[in-house]
Design a protein around this ligand. Structure first.
Ligand code: PLP
Length: 389
C-alpha cells in the first residue's frame, strides 16, 4: 500500500547514521571508541540559560500555542546580537525568521525558491542537508568544487554560463563544515555581485559563526554592502551556546525570503515552545563570556590535536574556524576505507570526506568534540598504525 512519492527518491541517505551504526557496533563489543566523527557539541548549555527555561516552563502563557512566526522578543534579541557583534542592522519584524534549528531553514529555502528545472549551486564538499531541500523541490544541483589551493572558497568565475542562467539559489558556509576554512570580505563582495548579475539568491550558512581562531572573528555575510538585497544568513544557537538539542535557529536578512520562510513554517509548525524562546533570548542578550570561553576551548583543542598530528607525521593546514579539522588520507586509501581502518584497528571514528561530496574524497573530517587528552590519545592510536612518516 505504501508507495513513496517520487520526490523521496532524491533524498540522500543519512550518511552519518551509517557512521553511528558502525561505531555503536564496536562499542557494543566493549571497545573504548573515541568518536571524532560527529558534529555534536560535547559541553552542556550554560547554566543561566537552562535556569531560564526551568523558570519559563512554569509560565501558563507558554502552555498555549505560540504565536505564528514566534515571539517578537526573540527576534529583537537576535537583531541586537547582530548589531553588537557585526554592526548589522536588522528589522526584527521583517528581517528575522525563527527556525527549528538552522537545518529546517536550509531545507525550506529551497522549497520556497526553486521550481523543477531550476539549479541550486552547492559547495562540494559541503553539508549534506543542502541537498535534501533541493531534492524535495524537484530542482537540480550544480556542485561548486572547494579546493585547498583556493582556500576552500568556490571559484564563481568558473561557473558555466548556462548553469549561472538557470541557477536561482546558492549555498555557502563559512566557517566551513567540513574543511574549517573561513571566508574573506572580498569573497562575500564577489558573491553579492554574482547574485545581482545572475539573479541568484545567496544563502549563507553561518552555523559556526562564533568559532574563529587566532584572534580572528569570522565575518558575517550580512556585513557585506548589499547583502540583504540578495540573500539571507542562517544563524543558530546550536554551536555558539552549546544548544544543539534545543533546536533554535534563524534566517536573517532579505525580507522577501524571510516572509516566504515564515509562511512555509506557519504551515508546518506554529513556532518553538515559548519557554525555549525566552531562554534563547537570554542566551543572545545576556552575558556573552560563555561564547568566548567556548572559542578558547576549541582553539586549545585544535592546537593540542595539531601537536599530536605533527608528532606522528600527519600534516595538514590548521582550520581557521568551526570545530572541524580536514585531513588528507594516506596514499592508497579511499576516505571510507581509511575511516574503516581507523575504526577497526584504532577504535577511532572519523568522518570519511566522500560523505560530503565527491570532492571530499581524499580527506577525513575530525571534530574537536572531545577533551585534549582524548584527542591526543586518538592521534597516538592512529600513529601506532604506522601509516604516516
Ligand atoms: N549547517 C552546518 C554546516 C552544520 O554543520 C549544522 C549542524 O551540524 C547545521 C547547519 C545545522 O545546525 P542546527 O543545529 O542549527 O540545525
Amino acid at each position: 500500500i505504501v508507495q513513496p512519492a517520487e520526490r523521496m527518491a532524491g533524498l540522500p541517505e543519512q550518511f552519518f547514521a551509517k557512521l553511528v551504526g558502525k561505531a555503536n557496533a564496536r562499542i557494543a563489543q566493549g571497545r573504548d571508541v573515541i568518536n571524532l566523527g560527529q558534529g555534536n557539541p560535547d559541553r552542556p548549555t550554560p547554566p543561566h540559560i537552562v535556569a531560564k527555561l526551568q523558570e519559563a516552563a512554569a509560565n501558563p502563557l507558554y502552555h498555549k500555542y505560540p504565536p505564528f512566526s514566534g515571539y517578537s522578543f526573540l527576534k529583537e534579541a537576535v537583531a541586537l546580537r547582530y548589531k553588537e557583534d557585526y554592526g548589522v542592522e536588522l528589522d526584527p519584524a521583517t528581517e528575522v525568521a525563527i527556525l527549528f534549528g538552522g537545518k529546517t531553514g536550509l531545507v525550506e529555502i529551497s522549497q520556497c525558491l526553486l521550481n523543477p528545472g531550476d539549479i541550486c549551486l552547492v559547495p562540494d564538499p559541503g553539508y549534506p542537508d543542502y541537498w535534501s531541500g533541493v531534492a524535495l523541490a524537484g530542482a537540480s544541483m550544480s556542485f561548486m568544487p572547494l579546493r585547498e589551493e583556493n582556500g576552500f572558497l568556490p571559484d564563481l568565475k568558473a561557473i558555466p554560463r548556462d548553469v549561472a542562467d538557470k541557477a536561482k539559489l546558492m549555498f555557502m558556509n563559512y566557517p566551513n563544515n567540513p574543511t574549517g576554512a573561513v571566508a574573506t570580505p572580498a569573497f562575500y563582495e564577489e558573491c553579492v555581485s554574482f547574485a545581482r548579475e545572475n539573479s541568484v539568491v545567496m544563502a549563507s550558512d553561518f552555523a559556526y559563526g562564533a568559532i574563529g581562531f587566532d584572534g580572528k572573528r569570522p565575518v558575517s555575510f550580512l556585513q557585506t554592502p548589499g547583502a540583504k538585497e540578495v540573500g539571507v544568513e542562517f544563524y543558530t544557537l546550536s554551536k555558539s551556546y552549546n544548544m544543539a538539542g534545543w533546536r533554535v535557529g534563524f534566517a536573517l536578512g532579505n525580507a522577501n525570503v524571510v516572509a516566504l520562510i515564515n509562511l512555509i513554517q506557519d504551515h508546518y509548525y506554529c513556532s518553538l515552545f515559548g519557554g525555549i524562546q525566552e531562554a534563547a533570548a537570554l542566551a543572545l542578550s545576556g552575558p556573552q563570556d560563555c561564547v568566548s570561553e567556548l572559542n578558547e576551548v576549541y582553539e586549545s583543542r585544535r592546537d593540542a590535536l595539531y601537536e599530536a598530528l605533527a608528532e606522528i607525521g600527519w600534516r595538514a593546514e590548521k582550520p581557521g574556524g568551526s570545530f572541524f579539522c580536514w585531513l588528507p588520507v594516506p596514499e592508497g586509501y579511499t576516505s571510507e576505507r581509511f575511516a574503516d581502518k581507523l575504526l577497526q584497528e584504532a577504535d577511532v571514528v572519523v568522518a570519511p570526506g566522500v560523505g560530503f561530496g565527491s570532492n571530499g574524497e581524499g580527506y577525513v573530517r575530525l571534530g574537536l568534540l572531545s577533551d585534549e587528552n582524548r584527542l591526543r590519545e586518538a592521534i597516538a592510536r592512529i600513529g601506532r598504525l604506522g601509516l604516516f612518516c
